[in-house]
Design a protein around this ligand. Sequence first.
Ligand code: HEC
Length: 153
Amino acid sequence: MNKLLYLLIFIAFSVFVSCGTKENKSSNNDVNSTNTTTETQDPKMNKGIGPITSLILDETIDSVMVKKGKDVFDAKCTACHKVDKTYIGPSPKGILERRSPEFVMNMILNPEKMIAENELTKQMVAEFNGAIMANQNLTEEEARAVLEYFRTL
Ligand code: HEC
């Protein structure tokens, strides 16, 4: 009688353990597939890493900001970026067709962390033969103006 009881407990325990393992496995898979979607499948969903978590652009372009952004870009970015061609870094022309506004701002304001941790930026570093975007210490307002200028290119 005792033996039968032990056997029943053993069976109940085994079923319990195997169910638990299955559940863990499937929830891990779910997490992985979510990451793939945001990080690689649609690059424009990627907001990057940095101070800007949400930015909705106005439909009309602000020409005062554009002028200021061009001045900042010409002074601090053209050592590595040219508008009309790939240089040490990529051309910013049409950048919002492949990157979110948040991503662009975070890359300008926080390139060190983007290069170390963002999958899309890591791919770019490889593409640009290991050249590293330098932090130009722009204020958030200057970075926003540069982004507005990029919208006109
Ligand atoms: C020392 C060279 C250098 C300077 C200066 C520089 N960048 Fe970059 N930038 C790069 C490189 C190289 C990349 C590609 C990623 C990498 O390899 O780090 C890049 C990438 C970027 C990206 C992301 C492009 C994409 O498609 O993901 C943006 C946006 C950008 N730079 C904006 C700027 C702005 C704005 C300035 C001026 C404030 C600037 N950069 C100054 C070298 C530079």
